[in-house]
Design a protein around this ligand. Structure first.
Ligand SMILES: [Zn+2]
Length: 282
């Protein structure tokens, strides 16, 4: 079910059990803009059906927040201008060369080009896969792009991120709403979940430049300022305590600096920063 955030902004909440991220809809007087395409044909179709029920201006633009499959595989369903940054475009290009029949999917999973979860979702939620080819994005931008949907300005900008090197955010200034995609999350490298420690503060700095009151995240739906501030505080406190690839000394350092034990979230972040140190030291 589509949820209404303000008079002109809607979102389809994430569904974690089906690897479906949050999808967004911003409506101006003349046009509408969509944020992320869904993880499959089926996901995109369900989103479009929900949009049809609303009386909103036609969807003219689609912005993809980053090149993870669950955010762009539904792309072909949208009769709109698809906008990505140049880094995202490079990765999507690889997926345009893929074939989506059973044996090809199996091959990509074996060569780690695709997760087995991705394969399963493609099998159940992309029909007619044998001749499926992913479309090309239409507009490739560097750094920043401003769109006016008709008395509704959207700022589309790349930011530094602990999740990927190709993160785009969408900021709607007059609503003080920002779509962050997955940018504030960690990432998995060689089966290790980690937060890129060197990018944490630059990312927070990038995000805090926007005067936002509501934050939409790829796999959380929505957070207010207080929730985001707690998230940043826990992340930065954990990061400060991690100076080597050793969880024991990080935990010790955390307790010394904060005069208390880390809570569950902080412990999770400590491990993720330690994993980052392990990855960086290799
Ligand atoms: Zn992602």
């Amino acid at each position: 079910m589509l949820k209404q955030l303000s008079e002109t902004i809607y979102y389809l909440p994430n569904q974690n059990d089906r690897e479906r991220p949050t999808l967004g809809l911003v409506c101006g007087n003349q046009y509408s803009l969509i944020i992320d395409c869904g993880n499959s044909t089926q996901h995109a179709k369900e989103f479009l059906l929900e949009i049809e029920k609303l009386n909103v201006p036609p969807v003219k633009y689609v912005v993809i927040t980053h090149a993870h499959w669950d955010h762009f595989l539904g792309m072909n369903e949208f009769d709109a201008t698809v906008i990505v940054n140049s880094q995202t475009n490079k990765i999507i290009k690889e997926w345009q060369d893929y074939s989506y029949d059973d044996s090809s999917l199996e091959k990509y999973v074996n060569t780690n080009q695709m997760s087995s979860m991705c394969k399963e979702i493609i099998k159940t939620d992309i029909p007619n896969r044998d001749d499926f080819k992913l479309n090309s994005p239409d507009v490739i931008f560097e750094n920043r792009l401003t769109l006016d949907l008709g008395n509704k300005v959207c700022i589309i900008e790349t930011i530094k991120s602990t999740h990927t090197n190709d993160s785009t955010i969408i900021y709607i200034p007059d609503e003080k709403v920002i779509f962050l995609g997955d940018s504030p999350y960690g990432t998995t490298t060689n089966s290790l979940y980690h937060f890129k420690q060197s990018l944490l503060l630059p990312m927070i700095n990038d995000i805090q430049k926007y005067d936002a009151e509501m934050f939409l995240l790829g796999h959380e739906s929505i957070c207010d300022v207080d929730e985001m501030n707690i998230y940043w505080k826990e992340l930065t406190t954990a990061s400060r305590a991690v100076k080597s690839p050793c969880l024991e000394s990080a935990t010790k350092c955390f307790k010394l600096e904060n005069k208390r034990d880390p809570n569950d979230d902080e412990l999770f972040f400590l491990k993720a920063f330690v994993n980052d140190q392990i990855i960086q030291s290799k």
